[in-house]
Design a protein around this ligand. Structure first.
Ligand code: UT7
Length: 344
């Protein structure tokens, strides 16, 4: 029994905001942003778009691919949507805090009438956690076959646009994968699908990346007057150090656990937070930088969406072929971190 990614999709807002455009409004410049992060631009959603809207688009995009590539017997994306058993949505920026889950909104919009739906709260590691959760769900219950795993974010709405240390880093977007239980082997020649996942957390660092206002710890109360919407606060240096450590640890541990060498991996697809984090981890590991897929220049940090967006770019760009080994590595608020090792 294998858990295979059969199709991928993505959706990003049309509006592309370059570093130069940002520099017209806040005290920053392209040279600083690019040299410190590798970011050139980000996509920003219009005021009417919420996370579920992008999530739905990414999901349709994945379902359409499944039909086009003939990986299922269903004839239309709508028919395929009706066969989904579970929708797992990783998001830090749900349409509504608390309830309902963004997954339920997406389930309704897709017409996925036979699916359960739930959100995962693991910030930028959300897709890594979500994929393992979906595989776990499929592994119990013989009748379950398909899950959609989606990462979707509208981070632009939770940013202090006066804080140049954080506002230049984030963007909006969504990515989705269709995960299916198949009879392919998970060992030996011809093995396929999710081989191994590591999920870790370090809650002691919770204050280093946090949206303080709006939850039960700092709830809004009647009569409150507030100057700012809830926004992301970050101890950049602490998160940077954690991220390099986390990436290095997960890559090493996954390779060791599967007795693999770096040469056997086709791609490492890291969470796109900062190209410098990836470069520092690459140097520590002494691995060739060509193994690491980076698209942060175009999208900035889209949190839980960054890894499925990257997988979709690789997949659609024909840069992944059946049998390729891919490692996804995530890290983020919580603090959370982890990785999935996948045979494509
Ligand atoms: O998904 C996970 C989420 N987050 C991350 O992964 C982020 C992790 N952290 C980082 O990537 C880095 O810490 C940053 C890119 C956020 C910051 O880089 P840094 O090298 O740690 O910069 P810094 O905050 O120490 O600031 C250095 C200087 C400061 O100037 P002074 O005080 O030394 O004169 C800042 O005011 O750079 C200045 N600065 C800027 N200048 C122009 C900070 N942000 C900007 C900016 N434009 N946007």
């Amino acid at each position: 029994m294998a858990f295979e990614i059969k199709a991928t999709g993505r959706a990003v807002p049309q509006r592309r905001v370059s570093n130069e455009e940002l520099a017209k409004k806040i005290d920053t410049n392209d040279e600083w942003i690019y040299s410190h992060t590798g970011i050139k631009a980000r996509r920003i959603a219009d005021a009417e778009t919420a996370s579920s809207d992008l999530g739905v688009k990414a999901a349709w995009n994945a379902l359409e691919m499944a039909i086009e590539r003939g990986v299922c017997t269903e004839k239309t994306p709508e028919e395929l949507a009706a066969t989904i058993d579970m929708i797992v949505v990783a998001t830090t920026t749900p349409d509504f805090y608390g309830c309902p889950s963004t997954a339920c909104l997406i389930q309704n919009k897709l017409g996925a009438k036979n699916a359960g739906a739930m959100d995962i709260s693991a910030a930028c590691s959300g897709f890594i956690y979500g994929l393992e959760t979906a595989a776990g769900f499929l592994s119990v219950g013989t009748e379950r076959k398909r899950c959609l795993v989606i990462g979707c974010e509208i981070l632009s709405r939770f940013i202090d646009w006066n804080d140049r240390r954080t506002c230049v880093l984030f963007g909006d977007g969504a990515g989705a994968v269709l995960l299916e239980k198949t009879s392919a082997p998970t060992e030996g020649i011809g093995r396929r699908g999710l081989l191994r996942t590591i999920l870790r957390a370090d809650g002691a660092g919770s204050e280093n990346l946090i949206i303080k206002k709006g939850g039960s710890r700092n709830a809004y109360r009647a009569g409150d007057v507030f100057e700012f919407a809830p926004f992301i606060e970050m101890n950049g240096r602490a998160v940077y150090n954690f991220a390099v450590r986390a990436m290095t640890e997960i890559i090493k541990d996954l390779l060791e656990a599967e007795r693999l060498s770096i040469d056997e991996l086709r791609w490492i697809t890291p969470h796109q937070a900062n190209a410098r984090i990836v470069q520092a981890a690459t140097k520590r590991l002494n691995f060739p930088s060509e193994k690491f897929f980076i698209n942060i220049d175009e999208y900035a940090n889209t949190s839980a969406a960054s890894i499925p967006i990257a997988l979709d770019e690789l997949n659609r760009g024909e840069r992944l072929k059946s049998g390729d080994l891919v490692m996804c590595v995530g890290f983020g608020a919580g603090l959370t971190y982890g990785g999935n090792l996948i045979v494509w």
